[in-house]
Design a protein around this ligand. Structure first.
Ligand SMILES: [Fe+2]
Ligand SMILES: [Fe+2]
Length: 195
């Protein structure tokens, strides 16, 4: 198995420069949120660094990879047909595990769920979800608001992150993944302390 420095060098080589910069920004922010919220900052950093491992794979490659390796994800036919971009999180986690680059189950789950979310999101999953959408390299207003909220309360930042993603999909006239309603309802209940 490759040592840590070799893996990071390989990652840097494989990703485009902007995506590598984004990954570094997510890693740093995830570590910061982890330190505050109770997720090992080193694991959070690793999750951020590798979360978009498969982001630049073509839709064709993603579809083939998921079929060949029988990668499981909710409502797969819907995703294949309507939102193939969502595959990169699951395919990435699967491939990182397969290559032995990331072995920690919590980190792998956070990577797999960083775009779509998942019912019953754990703290590390929420941290990576928030860190991805609101890392400091994202300068738009919505990201700044999420950072401000997450600083005080991770669940508030998470709810705002889910809302931003939903509004983005809705404003573009695209279909929402069937699980998104569950994600939203759970985010509301978490913030209210009822979950
Ligand atoms: Fe991603
Ligand atoms: Fe990302």
């Amino acid at each position: 198995m490759m040592d840590n420095d070799s893996r990071i060098r390989a990652l840097k080589k494989a990703l485009s420069r902007p995506l590598y910069q984004h990954s570094l920004s997510v890693a740093r922010y995830a570590a910061e949120l982890g330190k505050k919220g109770g997720w090992d900052p080193e694991q959070a950093y690793q999750a951020g660094l590798f979360h978009d491992w498969a982001k630049e794979w073509s839709h064709k490659k993603l579809r083939q990879y998921v079929r060949k390796n029988k990668v499981r994800l909710p409502d797969l036919p819907f995703v294949l047909k309507n939102a193939p971009d969502l595959l990169h999180a699951y395919a990435g986690a699967f491939d990182l595990k397969k290559q032995g680059w990331v072995t920690n189950r919590v980190t792998l789950a956070a990577i797999a769920h960083h775009t779509l979310g998942s019912p019953g999101m754990s703290l590390p999953e929420k941290i990576l979800y928030v860190a991805d959408i609101a890392s400091p390299d994202r300068q738009f207003k919505g990201a700044q608001d999420i950072r401000r909220l997450a600083k005080k309360n991770l669940n508030a930042g998470f709810l705002s992150a889910v809302a931003l993603k939903i509004s983005y999909v809705v404003c573009q006239g695209k279909l929402l993944h069937p699980m998104t309603l569950t994600l939203w309802n759970e985010a509301v209940l978490s913030l209210q302390g009822r979950l």
